[in-house]
Design a protein around this ligand. Structure first.
Ligand code: AKG
Length: 270
């Protein structure tokens, strides 16, 4: 592990998150932000102000050249091993007026998911959630609320449980950063959407990185595990549509290895 990754890895181990500033080139930020904000608004699966597009790479590839950035992928590989892949890529616009959300941990720790690691879950990092900030993340525009150190807990706040997921936490803080920063979080970190009190969008792409040994099939429509664990039980679970072969083929070579699992077979319609 190089010295930078070691320092970031120890912040991540201690607090459950770390920040990598200046990953995206300043000269490209305006175009990236405009492109992502436009396509999230067109394709969102929830009404604004919650702009949310799972499988965002299908409709927008603006971030593709950066997804294997050595400062981000290098850290992910040093934590999860060399065979890392992108498990989810979501376009995200938290528009003006978006209300505060509930504290939760992310998949596969989230106990509201049909496919989850049952709590008490083990003290093991299995999934990274990265926020690629395309606008500054500020207190005013709803920088994500996080509880430092909560990634070491074996469960996350749940309705009816000992910690109210909707109440402010005494140790909470914000994931603050300037546009171009990538925030890297342990998926167990307790976090919540924060109110955007400005009249401007907070724009990001949320990219999750998983080791090869984490079973992503329950996320993917049409797989046996999705059918058995999610469809047959009527449970909730994040859904990641596959990447059309035509989109996959146009990705930078350095990025293809991260998304091979997610791509449709060549020859299938896309
Ligand atoms: O948009 C945010 O600030 C948080 C998003 C979030 O909670 C999630 O994707 O799990």
């Amino acid at each position: 592990m190089n010295a930078n990754h070691t320092a970031l890895a120890s912040q991540l181990a201690e607090r459950g998150y770390c920040l990598i500033p200046g990953v995206l080139p300043p000269g490209e930020l305006d175009d990236l932000r405009r492109s992502v904000a436009r396509d999230v608004r067109i394709h969102t699966d929830m009404p604004m102000p919650v702009g949310h597009v799972p499988g965002f790479l299908r409709v927008n590839q603006a971030l593709a050249p950066f997804l294997a950035h050595p400062r981000v992928l290098g850290l992910a590989q040093s934590l999860l091993g060399p065979h890392v892949r992108i498990s989810m890529l979501t376009g995200s616009v938290n528009g003006p007026g978006i209300p505060r959300g509930a504290f939760h941990a992310d998949w596969p720790y989230n106990q509201d998911s049909a496919a989850c690691i049952p709590a008490p879950y083990p003290d093991l990092l299995m999934h990274l959630v990265t926020f690629w900030m395309l606008t500054d993340f500020t207190e005013e525009n709803g920088a994500t609320v996080v509880v430092p150190g909560s990634h070491r807990k074996p469960n996350h706040p749940r309705k009816g449980g000992p910690v109210d997921p909707l109440a402010p936490h005494p140790h909470e803080c914000r994931l603050l950063g300037s546009a171009g920063t990538v925030a890297v979080c342990d998926a167990r970190l307790w976090h919540a959407v924060a109110t955007n009190r400005t009249d401007r969008d907070r724009v990001a792409v949320i990219v999750r990185y998983a080791p090869w040994w984490l079973n992503l099939d329950p996320l993917r429509p049409g797989t046996v595990d999705r059918q058995d664990i999610v469809d047959a039980t009527g449970g909730a679970n994040a859904e990641v549509p596959s990447l059309p072969a035509s989109v996959f083929e146009r990705l930078p070579e350095t990025v293809k290895g991260l998304l091979r699992y997610s791509a449709d077979d060549p020859g299938s319609p896309g």
